[in-house]
Design a protein around this ligand. Sequence first.
Ligand code: FBP
Length: 261
Amino acid sequence: MELEDTAVVRDGRLLVLAYDHGMEHGPQDLKEGFKDPGPVFELASREEVTGFAVQKGLAEKYYPSYGDVNLVLKLNGKTAMYDGEPYSAKNCSVERAVELGADAIGYTVYAGSIHEGRMFQDFREVQEEAREHDLPVMLWSYPRGGNVEDETSPETVQYAARLALELGADIAKVKYPGSVEAAKETVEMAGEVKVSLSGGAKSGGQEFLETVENVMEAGFSGLAVGRNVWQREDARDYLKAVGEVVHEDVPAAEAIGNVEG
Ligand code: FBP
């Protein structure tokens, strides 16, 4: 699928704001950020954001008031209370995503889990239905479970990127593989699939921007970020800085300077 001119990718780059943490991580994460989804939808309306990843319920209740947001509807998820080998259950159909006005589909697959086969089958259905509606598919490609020793080793992340290509995703959302070199190989493994960094827990402002700079240098197309933006008091300014690194190739040190200044 040609992604250059889709809503969630602008000039080949993407900055997806993720806000599915109420389900994935529990309310604790939101207590450190925005409990009220309204201001986060406002953040997602900002120019630098190319997509907003939420679960169905938030889209139903809030999206109608924020029509300029590009919706990446997350069709599956699991909670932080779930115990055992990871399985991300589907809780929304592609049909419903289309009705809600989604611009793209988001889906998690935990390769390496004992439930891998089921998730591949679930994803097959979603990917094929998304094709019928010309909706790009962003795969949260997260090897995880008893057989996965290190979720962020270069080999694991590169494997995750390759799986996204082979399973038919358009965008692979993967963890940081640790270095520019490893990130370059990740991009090679993904072939025609766009590679996007997964944000992770909030870290130092400059440190995170440097990671973003590294992956952009390696050829990633952008990132999907949540906590590193909306858990900051200066979320708006920080998001602007992330946007400068992603869309304008501004060095991290300069972008962070603009935040503090
Ligand atoms: P963060 O930037 O806050 O990590 O959000 C991105 C995201 O993909 C969310 O969509 C999701 O809730 C979370 O990361 C899942 O990652 P993990 O299971 O590793 O916490």
